[in-house]
Design a protein around this ligand. Structure first.
Ligand code: EPZ
Length: 425
């Protein structure tokens, strides 16, 4: 068990190389099940979730080599089309093997992922979409049993809710289906575009990725390809907020402001000077106090829900107040009580949190509960007076590559300590 100790109060100054996107890498890895040939992915971040997905692909029979942020894999000898509960429950994005397995092999037995800390996380849209493509689905013993013995057939699928992984799963299921598939009300996240780009490199016929209407013409086979994973926009926004909350200045490289249009506008309103350059952008805190601004999370290009907790950390120190409304997930305010332990003044009313600015935060022992809540506590600790001890840092390791190292290189006083189970109690 590890914990992270932060001594706050130092303005961050320096450069950060933003890693490849976790939420692009996971569907891109699952897409490797579709192709008959060698598939290479560059700029894959070294994260716990990536290793979980690799473990899942290997038990399907994939050969996977992962070194120096590069993955070389093939799915020439798939031995089973079952994604077992003990792997899926560890990482719910494992559901992304469902579409490729049914699409290429005509069958799949994938554990229902169940809920998680931030919500019930249903997969009904994934299932209904596959049924529209002709798959027969049974839900028994906690598993999704999907079969399409004669292959999938293209269809128009109007998704009732904008869902990122449902869009990805159904796009991957459709690329080998007979005929045309149209995904209506599709998610528009940059990770969807990245997945479509890789599938097209394999030989898929896809148009409209990045819009709410994606058209896929089925082909008979996909071949190997090479693809470089898009920059992690959530990580980039997290470090941008780190610069502002510590009143410092950071140069974020290997990324782009185009990936966070609404978030960067919000940060400028809160009190940042953001300057794009050819490999990313710089973020400098203004000399004026942080301005309280209202935020509502929405599907891309709206304000990303994965940045809500980090923005709330910033708003705890604002001049005035900020209303933060979470519209995507039903339980994504678990960082609130922990921020309040550090002196924040936050009141939750249903899906909205009213954040009244306080002059300073005080370091304290705090508990990470999910990936993005945990990093919001790191941001608060970087700005707080005194020492913050963050427990359960395994949440962080799921989504932030070499977090302490990147922050230490910019002047942060942050270290990781391994503790005994006894100490952790
Ligand atoms: C993806 O999750 C991301 N994960 C999440 O990031 C992100 O928060 C989320 O999209 C929203 O942007 C990956 O890409 C691996 P959704 P996903 O399906 O696809 C409802 C992180 O921190 N819904 O877009 O699971 C759902 O309940 C993680 O990196 C259904 O009702 O999210 C939610 O209210 C957390 N039925 C809304 O749609 C379904 O079948 C959006 O969820 C599917 C979703």
């Amino acid at each position: 068990m590890d914990r992270i100790i932060i001594k706050g109060g130092t303005p961050l100054r320096g450069s950060v190389r933003i890693s490849g996107a976790k939420n692009a890498s996971l569907p891109l890895l699952a897409a490797g099940l579709l192709c008959e040939g060698t598939y290479q992915l560059n700029n894959i971040p070294d994260l716990a979730d990536i290793h979980s997905m690799i473990e899942l692909l290997k038990q399907h029979g994939c050969n996977v080599i992962y070194q120096n942020n590069m993955i070389t894999m093939d799915a020439m000898n798939i031995v089973n089309t079952t994604a077992p509960y003990d792997l899926v429950r560890r990482m719910r994005a494992s559901i992304l093997v469902l579409g490729p397995l049914v699409g290429r092999f005509g069958k799949a037995r994938v554990s229902l992922p169940g809920g998680c800390a931030i919500g019930t996380r249903p997969v009904d849209i994934h299932i209904q979409g596959l049924q529209k493509l002709g798959a027969h689905i049974e839900l028994t013993e906690g598993y999704i049993h999907a079969t399409a013995p004669n292959g999938l057939v293209g269809a128009t699928i109007a998704m009732p809710v904008i869902s990122v992984t449902a869009t990805e799963n159904l796009m991957m299921a459709a690329v080998l289906a007979k005929g045309e598939t149209i995904l209506v009300n599709a998610a528009r996240e940059p990770e969807i575009i990245d997945l479509a780009t890789a599938l097209i490199a394999m030989g898929a016929h896809i148009s409209g990725a990045g819009t709410d209407r994606i058209m896929i013409q089925g082909v008979s086979q996909l071949n190997g390809a090479t693809h470089t994973v898009v920059s992690d926009r959530i990580e980039a926004a997290t470090y941008a907020i780190a610069a502002i909350i510590t009143r410092g200045e950071l140069n974020l490289m290997h990324t782009s402001l185009d990936l966070i249009p609404t978030v960067s506008a919000a940060l400028e309103s809160a009190g940042a000077i953001i300057t794009p350059h050819d490999t990313g952008f710089t973020v400098k805190a203004t000399d004026t106090p942080i301005q309280g601004i209202d935020v509502m999370t929405e599907p891309f290009p709206g304000f990303a829900t994965d940045i809500q907790a980090q923005m709330m950390a910033l708003m705890t120190l604002c001049e005035g107040a900020s209303m933060i409304t979470e519209t995507i997930f039903e339980n994504r305010f678990m960082h609130v009580p922990e921020l309040c332990r550090m002196g924040a003044n936050i009141t939750v009313h249903g899906s909205s949190a009213l954040v009244r600015g306080v002059p300073y935060l005080s370091g304290a022992p705090v508990m990470a509960t999910d990936l993005r809540a945990s990093v919001s506590l790191v941001l608060a600790g970087l700005a707080a007076r005194g020492e913050t001890i963050l427990n359960r840092v395994y949440h962080l390791d799921r989504g932030y590559e070499t977090l302490e190292e990147k922050l230490r290189n910019c002047g942060a006083h942050i270290e990781r300590r391994t503790i005994t189970t006894y100490e952790a109690e």
